[in-house]
Design a protein around this ligand. Structure first.
Ligand SMILES: [Zn+2]
Length: 409
């Protein structure tokens, strides 16, 4: 419902802008009534473009490969990348570096060679259609190829058939596609606008790295209308072997998980990206509720007075939870999927899904939520293992696989 209202609101804003001359009116070179006026207005409203200058969009300017991937990266809401693409002609501080890293890590663009991306090279019609097709998941098209200048053996043949079938682009004539012609900025923005109308909505995942620099021992009710009170945010545990606080490990893993999930096409919202925050468990649940999240993952590590205890577990409300019983089935499925895939990827001992109605952050959630307890920092071996980059990567992949499995079940 919230998402519907938000979509309606942005549609109203866009319509109002168009009625009053539109966002595109800021550009002197985007004439009212031109075929690209609405796409350019949409692109400005969606933060896909700011124009070449404050007053010009340069619609007929040929688009470079750097511009093309940057349009798509912004269209995808500027996702973080899990790794560097490593092209020798893309400097780390280039304005398009994040876009190239992301699109490369997502398998959307390949370089012109193994080592080079050719950012200033013009983006051809074949290239942009292939980029959009891969972004859409490389769907199979049943449409026949009507173009004499495209051969079934061309790498972009399937992409062009899909794009024409979906109305994202058409040939330069009935029988010709002109695959090697450069695209203009207006053409690419128009293709993105059309693509936006056929893609399914992204799933929103909220990641809550547990705890923070300073605990907050003020009390808050453990559920709506409850008289049972608990600390707003407890201190969390500590790994004596790794000399790591739980809040540090939780954030390290969560930031890497954000990049991995964004590369898999999710919209990710973090409850915190720094340690020095003051967020109670109710505050954290409210972030997931306000986002109307499709899933909330609360990232934690465990502690025990028994140093021999180890393994991973997830935490879920019970079937008879008095605060939010309607979310039980989905939260249980999420808890099962994340625990199974986490243990499969890491090799950690699989404990169980712990069902309890004592967790403030679960009781206040109106959306599916699980707590992932990645392992025991009180177990010297597990503590040291969780501190390594290689095991953290496994934890990230396992959790992401669990989220994938939850949504595909
Ligand atoms: Zn914790």
């Amino acid at each position: 419902m919230l998402r519907f209202v938000a979509a309606l609101l942005s549609a109203v804003i866009l319509l109002a802008a168009l009625a009053t001359g539109g966002f595109a009116a800021q550009f002197t070179d985007v004439p009212a009534g031109s075929w690209y006026e609405i796409p350019v207005s949409w692109a400005v409203a969606k933060d896909v473009t700011e124009g070449v200058t404050a007053t010009t969009f340069c619609p007929n300017q040929k688009c470079t490969r750097a511009e093309a991937v940057t349009f798509l990266w912004r269209f995808d809401e500027r996702p973080h990348s899990t790794r560097k693409a490593g092209f020798s002609d893309v400097k780390a501080d280039a304005w398009y570096a994040d876009a190239v890293d992301w699109s490369s890590c997502r398998g959307i663009v390949q370089g012109m060679s193994a080592k080079t991306f050719a950012p200033a090279g013009l983006c051809t019609r074949a290239q942009i259609v292939t980029i959009l097709w891969r972004y859409a998941g490389s769907p199979t098209s049943r449409a026949a190829n009507p173009f004499h200048d495209i051969d079934a053996s061309d790498y972009f043949c399937g992409a062009v058939c899909w794009a024409v079938e979906k109305g994202i682009t058409r040939g330069v004539s009935e029988a010709a596609f002109a695959p090697d012609s450069a695209c203009t900025r207006a053409q690419i923005v128009t293709m993105l606008w059309r693509l936006s109308q056929i893609l399914p909505a992204k799933k929103t995942v909220v990641l809550d790295p547990g705890h923070q620099l300073h605990a907050n021992y003020e009390k808050e009710p453990i559920g709506p209308c409850s008289t049972v009170m608990k600390a707003k945010t407890s201190a969390g545990t500590y790994g004596y072997a790794s000399k790591t606080h739980e809040y540090q490990l939780n954030l390290t893993v969560s930031l890497a998980l954000r990049a991995e999930l964004e590369c898999r096409g999710y919209r990710v919202i973090m409850t915190r990206t720094t340690h020095d925050v003051d967020l109670s468990n109710i505050d954290r649940a409210a972030i997931g509720n306000q986002a109307n999240a499709d899933a909330v993952i609360r990232i934690h590590a465990n502690g025990s007075t028994n140093a021999s205890v180890s393994g991973a577990e997830t935490v879920c409300i019970t079937k008879n939870n008095p605060y939010c019983p309607g979310t039980y089935a989905k939260s249980r499925a999420l808890s099962d999927a994340v625990l199974t895939e986490f243990c499969k990827a890491t090799g950690a001992k699989k404990r169980s899904v712990w069902e309890t109605d004592t967790m403030t952050g679960l009781n206040w959630s109106t959306v599916p939520v699980t707590i992932l307890e990645m392992g025991y920092m009180s177990n010297q071996n597990e503590d040291l293992t969780m501190a390594t980059a290689s095991y953290q990567k496994k934890m990230v992949l396992g959790t992401a696989n669990g989220i994938d499995a939850y949504f595909s079940s």
